[in-house]
Design a protein around this ligand. Structure first.
Ligand SMILES: NC(=O)c1ccc[n+]([C@@H]2O[C@H](COP(=O)([O-])OP(=O)(O)OC[C@H]3O[C@@H](n4cnc5c(N)ncnc54)[C@H](OP(=O)(O)O)[C@@H]3O)[C@@H](O)[C@H]2O)c1
Length: 240
């Protein structure tokens, strides 16, 4: 089960899971013809409790139970600075980047507990390592997600469920590009928007770079890994 699987990183995760032989279910707000054939899809908004309940019910019905849960839907646009971020934008960023995962985990982990197995990945952002005023609503929500993910990992480890975070750096996706265009329009100083040659590895991430990390973390190869945050950023951000 992958949230936000209709484009960008989520679509790459859907493909990677499908290639690995999984039965895959995904969700987005827009009706889509873009998910690969054979992938179940429900149109829902992860920011609301009603959306989370609809997704959980459809996933249970289609798959019979969820073994792998990837919380990928997320993002937020920039503001001129922290004090310019309206209350409703803070609320929206928290719903999408943090509370959506909390709700869906609560709905889908009881089945994992019963089966005494499962793997959860929360997609955060390497930007948490260097928070900036323009994106504080986003990075603060993702920081909350990372802290929650670690705590959930401790709680669920005795039930055989692993919980990890993947934190992408700048990755070429429709959402990422749109955000960077808005940021460039706001940026006071040239060069403030990180460019594609700032990562030591000299390029932007590709959605498949992130999907590979997710696939590893939900696979048996990562069976002794839980409560960790895998930063996939071409070496760009300082280690946190
Ligand atoms: N790209 C980057 O540079 C980058 C860097 C660091 C972290 N990330 C994180 O990686 C994740 C994926 O980012 P991306 O760049 O691939 O994003 P993207 O290109 O904007 O794709 C987002 C996906 O999530 C869905 N989605 C968005 N809001 C939703 C909602 N409220 N309910 C259900 N589905 C929703 C979108 O479909 P609909 O719009 O139709 O709902 C789409 O399928 C996010 O958590 C983001 O914060 C990205």
């Amino acid at each position: 089960m992958v949230t936000g699987g209709s484009r960008g990183i989520g679509a790459a995760v859907v493909r990677a899971l499908l290639d690995a032989g999984a039965e895959v279910f995904t969700t987005a707000r827009s009706a889509t013809g873009t998910v690969p054939e054979g992938v179940a899809f429900v149109q829902a908004d992860v920011r609301t409790r009603a959306g989370a309940e609809a997704i959980a019910a459809a996933a249970q019905e289609t798959l019979g139970g969820v073994d792998v849960l990837v919380h990928n839907a997320g993002g937020a646009g920039p503001y001129p600075g922290a004090s310019a971020i309206p209350d409703e934008v803070w609320q929206d960023a928290l719903e999408l980047n943090f509370l959506a995962s909390v709700r869906l985990d609560a709905l889908l982990t009881p089945g994992m507990r019963e089966r005494r197995s499962g793997a959860i990945v929360h997609v955060s952002s390497a930007a948490v390592l260097t928070p900036m005023g323009q994106f504080l609503h986003y990075t603060a929500a993702k920081a909350a997600l990372e802290n929650y993910s670690r705590g959930l990992a401790s709680e669920l480890a005795p039930s055989g469920i692993r919980v990890n975070t993947v934190s992408p750096g700048r990755t070429a996706t429709p959402g990422g590009e749109a955000t960077r265009e808005q940021w460039a329009a706001l940026a006071a100083a040239p060069g403030e928007v990180n460019a594609d040659d700032t990562a030591p590895l000299g390029r932007d991430g590709r959605p498949d770079d992130i999907a590979d990390a997710v696939l590893f973390l939900v696979s048996e190869r990562a069976s002794w890994l839980t409560g960790r945050n895998l930063i996939v950023d071409g070496g760009e951000f300082p280690m946190g």
